[in-house]
Design a protein around this ligand. Structure first.
Ligand code: ZN
Length: 165
């Protein structure tokens, strides 16, 4: 009985410390204001094959838009799902980072994009906080200004900051 009480007390103390930490973090000045998850990027070998599979499974593909970005060496299909989008990416140039990612790790989750008010400001702020940046400056993507943060500094997930045009 006594042992049980001690365990509960220790648990409560741990929770208090966690809440203090959450409170401390939330009081910080926001310089990279993340508005929402904008989209999730998935790398595939063949975009049409992937679309047909996803349509069979989830029946959401009729809303799709496909673009070929020659400069970036990628074919992109955008599938809106509620508030966010799924972005299917098929490399068309074997020299791109995306093609190498596919070759090394296979098909699957490639990146998560956060919407921000100012992509350049966001990248600068993250760089100052020690994040390894792939892009020091944002560039013009399909939907607006965009820039990437290296997965080595974000627990293994490639993060994109996007500023909608
Ligand atoms: Zn993206």
């Amino acid at each position: 009985m006594r042992k049980e009480t001690q365990r509960i007390n220790r648990g409560t103390k741990g929770l208090e410390e966690e809440l203090r930490l959450v409170h401390m973090l939330s009081k910080r000045r926001e310089r990279v204001r993340i508005k929402r998850v904008d989209h999730i990027g998935i790398v595939v070998k063949n975009i049409y094959e992937a679309l047909s599979l996803y349509d069979k499974l989830f029946e959401f593909v009729r809303l799709v838009r496909i673009d070929i970005l020659h400069e970036q060496g990628v074919k992109v299909a955008i599938i809106p799902i509620g508030e966010i989008e799924v972005e299917l990416l098929e490399p068309i140039d074997p020299e791109t980072g995306l093609a190498k990612f596919l070759e090394k790790r296979g098909e699957g989750l490639h990146h998560i994009a956060f919407e921000v008010d100012d992509a350049n400001e966001g990248l600068k702020s993250l760089g100052e906080k020690g994040a390894k940046l792939i892009d020091r400056e944002s560039w013009q993507g399909l939907r607006g200004r965009t820039g990437f943060i290296h997965p080595a500094s974000t627990k293994g997930v490639l993060i994109e900051l996007i500023q909608r045009a």
